[in-house]
Design a protein around this ligand. Structure first.
Ligand code: ATP
Ligand code: MG
Length: 245
């Protein structure tokens, strides 16, 4: 474990403003949030605050909120997000010593939304990958990046990494995430994937109007919706399609 807690203090005048009014963020402000496992998945409906929190952790760690590796920002002078400005990361004692300087921090932020533009920009630059990912499919490019960048123990943040990946590529990603955890790294991943979240030994936190809740895989809304959908798509579709008429 590298980070065992996030907390945040804000001026009470800002508490009704975004992002401090998002219930999950509000919970971090009120109680802080403790990480208990090397791999944490953030799940929840669109707009529940997953990206807001992952981006803020990235920025507090020294990663660019638009993606990339630690210790070297893609764009140095970009202003931080409002939560990134104030969130505080609590390091475990071993890592606090190792990471005394932000430049010594290792890690990577893989953000599906911006990854492709970023990947084309850094291909061939020192510290990145040699392969021309622009000549690969979306998913192949992603796997190349994952294979090269996900190696050292460090903090790995991901926002919907499954977006470009097939079922079998997602399984490869699970293996990579597991490897990072076993070599002493930490992974914090926002996802809508029932496949990724099934990784044994990981913790799933569900974000929603209630704030943040730790939920076993089988009890997440994500898994329950997928299970019911795969068993009987019609159960959902008859409502949705009738609504459209
Ligand atoms: N720059 C912004 N200014 C104001 N509100 C924002 C901004 N960015 C996001 N929001 C709002 O904050 C809330 C949380 O957004 P966020 O992107 O963190 O959700 P998410 O859980 O990552 O959703 P998704 O699953 O769609 O990626 C949403 O209600 C969103 O509309
Ligand atoms: Mg998001």
């Amino acid at each position: 474990m590298i980070i065992n807690k996030v907390s945040c203090q804000i001026d009470s005048a800002n508490q009704n403003q975004w992002p401090f009014n998002v219930p999950a963020v509000r919970q971090i402000i009120e109680k802080g949030f403790k990480f208990t496992k090397p791999v944490t998945f953030l799940v929840g409906e669109n707009g529940s605050g997953k990206s807001t929190i992952v981006e803020a952790i990235a920025e507090a760690y020294g990663l660019d909120a638009h993606g990339g590796r630690a210790g070297r920002k893609f764009v140095n002078d970009r202003p931080k997000t409002p939560l990134g400005e104030v969130v505080e990361l609590h390091y475990t004692p071993i890592w606090a010593k190792r990471f005394a300087s932000p430049r010594s921090r290792k890690g990577y932020f893989l953000r599906a939304e911006t990854a492709f533009g970023f990947m084309s920009f850094v291909t061939g630059l020192p510290g990145y990958w040699e392969e021309n990912v622009m000549e690969m499919s979306h998913g192949e490019g992603f796997l190349t990046v994952l294979n090269t960048m996900f190696s050292d123990p460090g903090l790995y943040l991901m926002d919907e990494p499954e977006a470009a990946l097939s079922f079998s590529s997602c399984l490869r990603l699970i293996a990579l995430i597991h490897r990072l955890a076993t070599i002493g790294g930490q992974v914090i991943c926002a996802t809508h994937s029932p496949l990724l979240t099934a990784l044994p030994g990981s913790e799933i936190i569900e974000l929603g109007p209630h704030g943040i809740e730790r939920v076993p895989w089988k009890e997440t809304s994500l898994v329950n919706h997928w299970r019911r959908y795969l068993e009987d798509p019609d159960f959902y579709l008859r409502y949705i399609l009738n609504e459209e008429e």
